[in-house]
Structure formats: structure tokens, C-alpha cells
Design a protein around this ligand. Structure first.
Ligand code: G4P
Length: 527
């Protein structure tokens, strides 16, 4: 197969949801359809269990699982599907944000009873800023839940999406009879034994077909007719272009655990989801069909085996063809690099690959050369956009608890920051180091990993901080004045960028008002 065909058949996406909506279950069913796994239960949930906050080994074990399930690839209907796993746990949200820079589209899972939850809102917001095409899957229809139209209202209200229902539930919970596939005008009947037999899918000419009464009963048939009429009146018809631009969001209903409604969505997904999309760099737009190879690192994971200190850097291929044992250019280090064991992921299996195409994700063994956001090219100086650090919301001073190990501590902190576990700020007035994280769990992870991977000990000290915001300015003299008045709140991040640490929302607002010439940004990427 030619290079262009290889690229065109790739579909790289992420499944996002609030924990417990059914992301792991849906992933597993997709892999089953793709023949990538044979039995249910093969995909391990990598969610951090609620009670595990103090069990570091458990966190590490679960992080280990998430390496194995970071990318799951399979073939379906002539397409190569790459699913990128995204941690649902809020404390690892930044990891998820970065992973979303490497996808071309997303599937959003919503629990029919809980509706749109907080973490779903946050993640969808990130996808919206990048205009990522998204499909919604409303899950757990075998249970009683919210009314379909109320859910569409929530999807439009809270997620700011334009809903376009492509399937519609017939009954719910005890009365759940199946879905009507609007996209293909098919009636798909529910079988609670988890099998979606061909016999259960009936193509009907129109909703007036009496077979509807026969299969779902008079009351539900009537309900379905009027609901579909309403959908046709109120919601837009599917339009490929609007979906591609992230302006229209198909909605499907089903029950992942019962393997129901999943096939309808997958069949539609392979038809409409975009092939690898162009990527924006500071210098220019990279087209996936370009000849020369380019890619960027969006995730770094420590090796869980203590005997192997190396890490795995996950690289999204953006253009050209990546080849094993070939010299490439590491842009930030201005260094040549060759990879003898690039790894591809097929479901649970890892294997060495000779070549990989745009849309693919490969794992590169790394002994400390990579940082999140690094570009690898054939020589061109490129800096990929859209991989920012986000404003952390939890802060602690970090101190060295073993003076004999200060070198190890510095190295450990630096590498963990490169991995994106947390962010380091150094105060201008005192030189003290502050760790900022999205979630409290990371403090435990850092302490544990510093000790077990680097032989260093740290202690934390509480600090009263509300938010870190990156600052920019045009007029040097204004900054000098700001600096002299606010030095005790000013720090530098790991890239030497200026950061303002505010004690409260109120104080941040006051500072903004008194210094209108200073710009404050909640993400490290700004113009
Ligand atoms: P997550 O990755 O989004 O966190 O969710 P996960 O798939 O682990 O699913 C969360 C819970 O919801 C699981 O139950 C799972 O079995 C259940 N679930 C998933 N899809 C459906 C569905 O279509 N209908 C119903 N009724 N339940 C569903 P659990 O009890 O937390 O875990 P387990 O003991 O079943 O593994």
C-alpha cells in the first residue's frame, strides 16, 4: 500500500469522559469489534481508585497499566484506528489535555443518569479551543436516566455543542427496547445478552412501517414517531463539513456494557471521522501528506521497572514516514538522534516497528533527552503549537530533606517536570522552589518517585497561593515598576518565563486593575 493510502486510512482519536461514565468499557467493546482482543475484561481500567490516594504502590501500578494502554490500535473496515487513552482522574487532567493535542477527533461518553459532569465539561472545553471534531455517546441506556431531549439540552447548554442526534433510544431502563439508527434508517433491537445479532437490526423504509408496533409495542412506536418528528424539526441534519470544523456534534445512544449501540457509532465513526489533520507550528502549517518526516512528543512516561531507568516518550507522527534506525533532528537540543527500538502499540501488545505514518503514535525509549512538546524532524527548525502548560491550582514549597542528595533531588525534579508531572516555579526574591500541580495526588507521586527512582528525599511546606499566571508586557519600564512592587509574588518557570503567583482571586483582580499594562495568561502558550 502506498504512503498516501496508509495515511488516509488512519483515524486517531481519544475517548473522554468523567470517571465512571464507561470509557474503559466502551474502549474494550471497540477493541472487540476490531478483533484486537478476544475476551471482555482484557482492558484494564487505569483510573485511580478513589480510596487509593495514600497507596503509592497502587498509584504506580496503575500508572504502569496506563503505559500499556496508552495507545490501542486496531483495524476495522479498512481503517487503522488508533485510540489514545486519557486518564479520567481530575488530578491527571493535564496529562489528558496534552494527549488531546495528539488526536484528530474525540468521542465523549456521557452517563445517561448523571448527564454532563464536571470533568466532561473541562475536557470538551479543551477540545473546543482546538475545534476538534467530537461525537457524543450517551451510555447506560439499560438503566433509568434522564430524558433524551433533556440530555440534548445539557449537551448544548453545558458543552456548548450543536447536537445532531444520529440514533435515538426507544424506551429506557426496564422498558429499553433499542435504538432507531437515524443515520441509516435502521431499527436496532436490544438484546440484553450482549450480542448484537444481525437479526436484531431491521432496515425499515419509514417510521410508518407497522413492523415498528410489532417489535416495540404501540405506545413506544407512537412515542418514537413523535420524537423523531421533533428531532427533524429542531436539530440540524448531519453535515460533514460542519462536523470536521467542530461545529456539529453527532449524538449516539447505547449501552457499552451490553455491547449495544456501539457498532452503530463505530460504523459511523469510520465513515465520518477525519484522517490525520494538519498541525500548526510557530513557523508554518504541517500537512500530513508532506514528504519529510515531522513529529512531536506529547507525553513522557517513566519506566515502571526499577531496573530500567529509561522513560518512554510518546511521539505523534505529523508528516512523512518515520523509519527505524534513521538519523533525525531533535530541534530543541540541536542534536542528531537515531531510534533502534521504536515501539508501536496494538491493543495490549507492544512491538518494534520499522516504519510509522502520520496519525500513528510511537514510543521512543529515552534516557532524559525529551521534554513534552519537543519536535523531531529531518532537519527543519519547527516548534509545534498547542502543547501549553496550564495554570496549576495547588502549590507547595519543596525542600531538600537529605542534604547529601541535593544533586539527585535537582535531577529528579527536573526530569519529573520534563515529564509534565507538575510545574516548578522559582521565586525571585527568595530563590525558593515551589511545585504547582493540577491535583493533590501529584505531590505524593513526586515524593514517592524522587525517593524510589532518584534516591532523593523531599519535604513540602504549605503555601497560601491561589493561581499561577504567566505574564507578558510590551513596555519594559512598566514591567520594572510592576517587578519592584510585586517581587515577592513573582517567579520564573522552568523555561525562564515570568509568572505571577497570586494569593486569591481578589488579589489577582486587584493587581490586574492596578497594572493594566501587564498581561496575565492562564496557559503558558500565548501570543
Ligand atoms: P470509566 O472508564 O469511564 O471510568 O468507566 P468504566 O468503563 O470503568 O465503567 C464504570 C462502571 O459503569 C463500571 O461498573 C461498568 O461496568 C459500568 N458500565 C459501563 N457501561 C455500562 C452500561 O452500558 N450499563 C451499565 N448499567 N453499566 C455500565 P463498576 O461497577 O464500577 O465496575 P465493574 O465492577 O463493573 O468493573
Amino acid at each position: 500500500m502506498g504512503k498516501i493510502e496508509e495515511i488516509k486510512k488512519r483515524r486517531t482519536f481519544g475517548i473522554i469522559s468523567h470517571p465512571d461514565a464507561g470509557k474503559t468499557t466502551l474502549t474494550e467493546k471497540l477493541l472487540l469489534f476490531g478483533g484486537a482482543i478476544q475476551t471482555a475484561g482484557a482492558v484494564k481500567s487505569n483510573k485511580i481508585k478513589k480510596h487509593a490516594t495514600s497507596d503509592f504502590m497502587d498509584i504506580e501500578r496503575q500508572r504502569g497499566i496506563s503505559v500499556a494502554t496508552s495507545v490501542m490500535a486496531f483495524h476495522y473496515k479498512g481503517k487503522k484506528i488508533n485510540i489514545l487513552d486519557t486518564p479520567g482522574h481530575k488530578d491527571f487532567a493535564e496529562d489528558t489535555y496534552r494527549t488531546l493535542t495528539a488526536v484528530d477527533s474525540a468521542i465523549v461518553v456521557i452517563d445517561v443518569a448523571k448527564g454532563v459532569e464536571e470533568q466532561t465539561e473541562n475536557l470538551v472545553k479543551v477540545c473546543k479551543t482546538r475545534n476538534t471534531p467530537m461525537i457524543v455517546f450517551v451510555n447506560k441506556l439499560d438503566r433509568e436516566g434522564k430524558d433524551g431531549f433533556d440530555l440534548l439540552d445539557e449537551i448544548e447548554g453545558k458543552l456548548k455543542m450543536t447536537a445532531c442526534p444520529l440514533s435515538w433510544p426507544i424506551g429506557m431502563g426496564q422498558r429499553f427496547k433499542g435504538v432507531y439508527n437515524i443515520y441509516e434508517s435502521k431499527l436496532v433491537l436490544f438484546d440484553s445478552h450482549g450480542k448484537q445479532e444481525e437479526d436484531n437490526t431491521i432496515v425499515i423504509e419509514s417510521l410508518d412501517d407497522p413492523i415498528l408496533e410489532e417489535k416495540v409495542g404501540e405506545a413506544l412506536a407512537e412515542e418514537l414517531r413523535s420524537e423523531i418528528e421533533m428531532i427533524n424539526e429542531v436539530y440540524p441534519a448531519f453535515d460533514q463539513e460542519s462536523y470536521n470544523q467542530g461545529k456539529l456534534n453527532p449524538v449516539f445512544f447505547g449501552s457499552a456494557i451490553n455491547n449495544f449501540g456501539v457498532k452503530e457509532m463505530l460504523d459511523c465513526f469510520v465513515e465520518i471521522a477525519p484522517m490525520p489533520l494538519p498541525r500548526q507550528t510557530e513557523e508554518r502549517v504541517i500537512d500530513p501528506l508532506e514528504d519529510k518526516f515531522t513529529g512531536f512528543v506529547f507525553k513522557i512516561h517513566a519506566n515502571m521497572d526499577p531496573k530500567h531507568r529509561d522513560r518512554i516518550a510518546f511521539l505523534r507522527i505529523c508528516s512523512g514516514v518515520f523509519e527505524r534506525n534513521t538519523n533525525y533532528h531533535h530541534v530543541r537540543n540541536a542534536k542528531k538522534m537515531k531510534f533502534s527500538n521504536p515501539t508501536a502499540f496494538m491493543a495490549e501488545k507492544k512491538s518494534v516497528v520499522d516504519e510509522a505514518f502520520p496519525g500513528d503514535i510511537i514510543g521512543l525509549y529515552d534516557s532524559g533527552n525529551f521534554k513534552i512538546g519537543d519536535a523531531i524532524t529531518e532537519g527543519e527548525q519547527l516548534h509545534f503549537k498547542g502543547i501549553p502548560s496550564f495554570s496549576p491550582e495547588q502549590f507547595r514549597y519543596i525542600n531538600n530533606a537529605d542534604p547529601l542528595k541535593s544533586k539527585q533531588l535537582a535531577k529528579g525534579i527536573s526530569q519529573l517536570m520534563d515529564e509534565g508531572v507538575a510545574q516548578l516555579f522559582i521565586m525571585e526574591n527568595s530563590g525558593r522552589k515551589i511545585i504547582g500541580t493540577v491535583g493533590a495526588l501529584q505531590f505524593d507521586v513526586i515524593q514517592y518517585r524522587l525517593e524510589h527512582e532518584y534516591g532523593a528525599k523531599c519535604s513540602y511546606e504549605p503555601i497560601n497561593m491561589h493561581k499561577a499566571t504567566w505574564i507578558t508586557y510590551e513596555d519594559d519600564s512598566k514591567f520594572k515598576e510592576f517587578y519592584s512592587r510585586r517581587k515577592s509574588n513573582i517567579a520564573k518557570d522552568k523555561d525562564d518565563k515570568w509568572v505571577f503567583l497570586s494569593e486569591s482571586a481578589w488579589s489577582l483582580n486587584t493587581v490586574k486593575e492596578t497594572h493594566p499594562d501587564i498581561m496575565f495568561h492562564t496557559s503558558s502558550e500565548f501570543k
